[in-house]
Design a protein around this ligand. Structure first.
Ligand code: SF4
Ligand code: SF4
Length: 416
């Protein structure tokens, strides 16, 4: 088997002689029957973007003058509760805290940790309210420039094996796996995962994506800390950390679900082609990646299977909005349901996630996104269910994989 070392690849990159392709470029070649050989490719860049509940941040904020309070007992940022500690910072006037991307604001049911992370990274002014152990309340504001430490840690990111969800029952079900209560029986399907572009689909045995490896987390250069929580050989995921100061706010944010606001995040990873087997693993195609379909009420009862070609091929990444079709309803279901708050009078394409809820929700057909329908065998019956909610965003996944490729080529991201 032909092999090369990571140092050889790095030297080739420095000399401008390396060939770097995104995982999608490789898949397209394979689809066209032109499988690249070991000599044709040195690095493959991959990417994924989706709701990633394991996203958290450790930050240190100044709240008052030194000596103004002994220690914090409670703290909120824009109304989102954080967990003070572990360092008590006794009498320093500052607080170390951990924030969850999944925490919900105590003031606004549509705001939470994911939205806060985006606002923070965008440089917005953030309101802080802190209560000390003696009951003293301090209020102040801060922004990312003033915060010395803002380190994101994702405890379970870039999951390889997702499940799609349907509701086979007559009751409607509220879950983080759908933007609104999921109606049944079989009224809609939600899913996550970026298929053939996903990092761990391209390195399923984690031959190159290992502890200490460098990646992009929301566009910021980060490091793989190890395998994420619940990671197994069959269902691997990664624990990753990166500095929030250099994150791209486009690549992370909040995503409203029927069970409250969640957080979406993006990961890009480079796979050095060290041998022919590693290259062959990147030949994976959407049609070959199975997507189990489970009952949203129990999550583990698999009712049938589809594949990623069925959910991602022949779709539109973003909705087209026809203002002439809008009836200016008194209560706009799209405004109410859009998970990222992207629709006001027009669609904000910087905020839009391409989830499809607008196309599904508008009764007058003012939106089109080509969501498609999934047909699957459930026992004896063939079930047809409309695809309603994408909880992953292929457009952002493509952007971050392409960005990583460009950074490697221009020397601003080194593999070692
Ligand atoms: S629901 Fe559709 S038609 Fe009604 S206001 Fe919203 S976008 Fe316009
Ligand atoms: S696809 Fe529609 S509902 Fe989804 S984020 Fe974009 S505008 Fe909002």
């Amino acid at each position: 088997m032909k092999t090369r070392s990571i140092i050889e690849i790095s030297q080739k990159i420095k000399k401008g002689k390396a060939t770097i392709l995104t995982a999608e470029e490789i898949s397209n070649l394979v689809r066209e029957g032109e499988e690249p050989s070991f000599n044709d490719v040195d690095v493959v860049t991959t990417g994924t973007c989706g709701v990633m509940s394991g996203t958290a941040a450790i930050i240190h904020v100044k709240v008052g003058e030194p000596g103004s309070f002994k220690k914090a007992s409670k703290i909120t940022l824009n109304g989102v509760p954080g967990f003070p500690g572990p360092c008590p910072n006794e009498w320093l006037g500052s607080v170390d805290l951990i924030l969850y991307g999944t925490s919900h604001s105590i003031n606004d049911p549509n705001y939470g940790g994911g939205f806060l992370f985006k606002d923070l990274v965008m440089g917005e002014e953030i309101e802080i309210e802190m209560e000390s152990i003696s009951g003293k309340t301090l209020k102040t504001t801060t922004n990312i420039e003033e915060i010395g430490t803002a380190q994101m840690i994702g405890t379970r990111l870039a999951f390889k094996n997702y499940t799609a969800f349907v509701n086979p029952s007559n009751e409607s079900v509220a879950s983080i796996f759908h933007a609104i209560n999921m109606e049944g029986p079989f009224k809609g399907l939600s899913f996550s995962g970026c298929g053939e572009l996903n990092p761990l689909q391209n390195d399923p045995h984690m031959k190159t994506l290992k502890t200490g490896g460098k990646v992009l987390l929301a566009g910021s250069e980060g490091i793989i800390l190890g395998q994420g929580t619940r990671s197994t050989d069959l269902k691997p995921n990664l624990m990753i950390s990166a500095d929030m100061h250099t994150m791209d706010p486009y690549l992370l944010g909040g995503f409203k679900t029927a069970a409250g606001p969640e957080v979406f995040n993006s990961v890009a990873a480079a796979i050095p082609i060290l041998n022919e087997d590693i290259l062959k693993d990147t030949f994976i195609l959407n049609k070959d990646i199975k997507l189990p379909i489970a009952d949203i009420r129990g999550r583990h009862e698999v009712l049938g299977f589809t594949d990623y070609a069925s959910v991602w091929d022949n779709i539109m990444e973003r909705p087209v909005y026809d203002q002439d079709e809008c009836e200016n309803c008194q209560s706009c279901l799209v405004r109410e349901r859009c998970p990222t708050g992207a629709y006001e009078d027009l669609v904000n394409l910087e905020t839009c996630f391409g989830c499809g809820m607008c196309d599904y929700s508008c009764p007058y057909g003012a939106f089109e996104i080509k969501r498609g329908q999934i047909n699957f065998q459930a026992g004896e019956s063939m079930v047809k269910v409309p695809m309603v909610c994408r909880q992953s965003d292929l457009k952002r996944a493509r952007k971050t994989a392409e960005e990583l490729k460009n950074r490697i080529l221009n020397g601003s991201f080194s593999l070692i």
